[in-house]
Design a protein around this ligand. Structure first.
Ligand SMILES: [Zn+2]
Ligand SMILES: [Zn+2]
Length: 500
């Protein structure tokens, strides 16, 4: 199949680099701030040496008369220093060499999620200071705890709202990280469960990493267990469209999916009791116009009970057609990162970005609970500032997170007051008036920022109430989608007396 490269998505050729995180303007190392650089400065090294991606952090020193970094291409120096220094063994005047010192444990030298990236100023530091910094790195680097960003979307309707990502890659196919990196990233991103789904049919690192379809899971499992991240064994069946790429998760033997015919691969997954979903149906590598199309092959899978869900969101793409098909056929809606490089190279949490997340409404926080919930299509899609799902779950999330403080009002006709509306969700809700209240005039649109309260001005109409009355302000939340371009209906509930 002929794959078009798009960052972060099922790449089978890598003719362009993935996007890099924004660089910090200046890097100012101090004795307590070890001189570290992100591995994104060395993407070519990362792709050829998976262990770099495993720890992400490298330490360098500026040492004149440098001797030992011939495995770094000279162009890397150009990029770092902004000037050519020729061959690594021939430093240009006034430009020190970066001397590779090793990959220390990330837990000791990775102070924050997004490390400041070295820049030209690094070159201008006096050598003595750099050596002092370096000595402090070696002797007294304080262990810094990693932090986890919890996803503030509550449990609803008696279910645990589990945050999951069921599609990602490692060096065992065309990813750029060692499998143990994925559960650590997941923990930091506030996830409950992940599935590593390397390609069955495609291993571009085969020269260095042998084809072993079950190893990513086996390698990552102890790390996942230690961090209470639920790891689900999976694989990506990687075929031309139709049927396109299909993930099987909850597998017991990934290698059994290595078959000649795609039908046999899907059946092998089904024979293991797998949850099977169609990946990125509108991926431009297979649908150049980005429009997802349903083929006979998908009808066949559906009729045979071999299709249980579709990625409504893959990486940064939303597929409205897939959204409709999930509603039409009662399939689980999924939202997965399909990440290939380290996750922070694809999404910038420091800029408020988050990876796409599948919300699973599960009876228990374990793999069995997730499997049952997926099979029952109790999922929602959390993508950018949108949650996409069924109305009952979306309404429940809204009701659990939005409160009208001081919701009892007592007004004369024509009088105005401010309601205080608080949003405890991490999603900023965008409300549009659905139907005017009989008792109160309220704004046509309201934005409820995440984690904040806002004042909403209302004015009593000339309909007096004899006694305290339930007053409903009916809105639609534009970014809680119950169908493509259809917001979720919600109600702000008040109690009030309107006097003449
Ligand atoms: Zn794919
Ligand atoms: Zn993939």
């Amino acid at each position: 199949m002929d794959h078009v490269v798009r960052p972060g998505i099922c790449m089978t050729k890598r003719s362009q680099p993935h996007p890099h995180p924004k660089r910090s303007a200046a890097f100012t190392p101090t004795p307590n701030s070890p001189a570290t650089v992100s591995s994104d400065l060395f993407p070519s090294l990362g792709s050829s040496w998976p262990f770099l991606a495993e720890t992400e952090t490298v330490v360098f020193s500026m040492v004149p008369g440098y001797t030992g970094a011939s495995h770094f291409p000279p162009r890397r120096y150009d990029r770092l220093g902004g000037q050519s220094c020729g061959h690594p063994c021939q430093p240009a005047a006034g430009v020190g060499h970066l001397n590779f010192l090793g990959w220390p444990p990330k837990s000791q030298l990775y102070p924050r999620r997004m490390l400041p990236v070295i820049d030209q100023k690094f070159y201008r530091f006096p050598q003595a200071l750099l050596l002092a910094i370096f000595a402090s790195v070696l002797s007294s680097a304080p262990a810094k705890a990693m932090d986890r960003s919890e996803i503030a979307i509550p449990d609803v309707l008696g279910y645990h709202t589990l945050k999951c990502d069921f599609h990602m890659h490692t060096v065992f196919s065309d990813g750029l990280v060692w499998p143990t990196v994925r559960p650590i990233e997941a923990w930091r991103d506030g996830l409950d469960a992940i599935s590593i789904t390397d390609h069955i049919e495609y291993q571009p690192h085969r020269g260095d990493i042998p084809t072993k379809h079950d190893r990513p899971y086996e390698i990552a499992k102890p790390t996942a267990d230690n961090n209470h991240v639920i790891l689900i064994r999976g694989s990506e069946i990687t075929r031309a469209m139709p049927p396109g790429h299909i993930n099987g998760i909850f597998l017991t033997d990934c290698s059994a999916l290595a078959t000649d015919k795609w039908e046999d691969a899907v059946q092998a997954a089904a024979d293991q009791g797998a949850f099977i979903f169609w990946n990125h149906p509108g991926w431009t590598g297979q649908q150049p116009d980005g429009v997802a199309r349903w083929y006979e092959e998908h009808s066949m899978l559906l009729e045979k009970g071999l299709l249980h869900g579709i990625e409504v969101v893959n990486h940064t793409s939303y597929y409205p057609e897939a959204h409709r098909w999930c509603l039409e056929h009662g399939l689980a809606m999924l939202s997965n990162s399909d990440v290939h490089p380290p996750i922070d190279h694809s999404f910038e949490p420091m800029s408020g970005e988050h990876r796409p997340v599948t919300l699973v409404f599960s009876k228990s926080r374990d793999a069995e609970g997730i499997h049952e919930a997926l099979s029952a299509a109790r999922t929602a899609v959390y993508h950018q500032d949108k949650i996409i799902g069924k109305e009952d779950f979306l309404q429940a999330i809204f009701d659990a997170t939005v409160t009208v403080k001081f919701s009892e009002i007592d007004l004369r006709a024509g009088q105005t007051t401010n309601l205080q509306v608080h949003n405890a969700c991490e999603v900023p809700y965008r409300l549009k008036l659905r139907e005017a209240s009989e008792f109160l005039e309220s704004p046509g649109s309201i934005t409820l920022p995440a984690g904040k309260s806002v004042l909403v001005r209302v004015k009593a109409k000339n309909n007096a109430t004899a006694e305290p009355t339930e007053i409903a302000l009916d809105y639609e939340v534009e970014n809680l989608l119950v169908a493509p371009d259809e917001g979720c209906p919600v109600t702000l509930k008040l109690k009030g007396i309107i006097r003449e």
